[in-house]
Design a protein around this ligand. Structure first.
Ligand code: 13P
Length: 287
């Protein structure tokens, strides 16, 4: 059964570990992540960007697939189905489709408009039992065509948004989506500590989990991060293993072209990557 993300993230915050949000793109991704979470007895959040939702023919399809798969695979660990970087309209579509959690990314609006829209969505989400994440300070890099610079959030704005009753807060601390450039300066722990000080107990989210060094991940968790988003890293290992399979000519041997065979090495690579991250984040055995 899908659950909202509030309880699992409050437990993570109190237990000083983080729950991974792994973005899904298709059936293989979803199956790989669910099976790994179950094997490791870890709670998990399946993230769906608006672009990935569209690719999978809409949020209704995604919700139906995830619910059915969760049941068919006999998954017992807590699973949240979460809209990633949702627009105002996207949030309503996911609420209607049966998601258990949403993120409203109003970070590009003037703060007054972000406050007004977030307030409305908090009320709707909570009335229907969903958890809601909000964002302050744009996360850098490019995701689904949305480009941000990697700002550090203003702690006072974080408090303003946190006070609206959101359950989870994403604050920019120099993190960016995608692969970090060689000259990246690393996470701003000063900002993270100031945000934590301003918002108190609120579980914080670290976007752009791909490529952040392990010691920085651990420090971020110790300073209040309870949810870490990973997308690109799973895509990279999937592409790498699929390429190796084809370059080795395995698609031309016997029925190696069968998609169930062709996509298997990439799917196994996603499982291994998710396992590595769950171990790093400390969520293993916490379901
Ligand atoms: P990466 O693609 O850098 O792992 O970021 C994922 C993310 O933050 C999704 O919101």
């Amino acid at each position: 059964m899908l659950v909202n993300a509030k309880e699992m993230l409050e437990k993570a915050r109190d237990g000083k570990y983080a729950v991974g949000q792994f973005n899904i793109n298709n059936l293989e991704w979803t199956k790989a992540i669910l099976l790994t979470a179950e094997e490791l007895k870890s709670p998990v959040i399946l993230g769906v960007s608006e672009g990935a939702g569209k690719y999978m023919t809409g949020f209704e399809t995604v919700a139906a697939m995830v619910k059915a798969m969760d049941e068919s695979l006999g998954i017992t660990v807590p699973v949240a189905l979460h809209l990633d970087h949702g627009t105002y309209e996207g949030c309503y579509k996911c609420i209607k489709a049966g998601f258990s959690s949403i993120m409203f990314d109003g970070s590009h609006y003037p703060i007054e408009e972000n406050v007004a829209k977030t307030t409305e969505l908090v009320n709707v989400a909570h009335a229907l039992g969903l958890s809601i994440e909000a964002e302050v300070g744009a996360i850098g890099g490019e995701e689904d065509g949305v480009i941000g610079k990697g700002e550090c959030a203003d702690p006072a704005e974080c408090k303003q948004i946190a006070d609206l009753g959101v359950d989870i807060l994403a604050a920019g601390i120099g993190n960016i989506h995608g692969v970090y450039p060689a000259n990246w300066e690393g996470l701003s722990f000063e900002t993270l500590a100031a945000v934590k000080e301003a918002v108190g107990d609120m579980p914080l989210v670290l976007h752009g989990g791909t490529g952040i060094p392990d010691d920085q991940i651990k420090k971020a968790i110790s300073l209040g991060v309870a949810k870490i988003n990973v997308n690109t890293e799973c895509q990279l290992v999937f592409a790498e293993e699929t390429r190796k399979y084809i370059e080795a000519g395995k698609d031309k041997q016997g029925k190696g072209f069968d998609p169930r065979k062709l996509l298997a090495p990439g799917t196994e690579a996603i499982k291994a990557k998710v396992k590595e991250k769950m171990e790093l984040f400390g969520s293993v055995g916490k379901a």
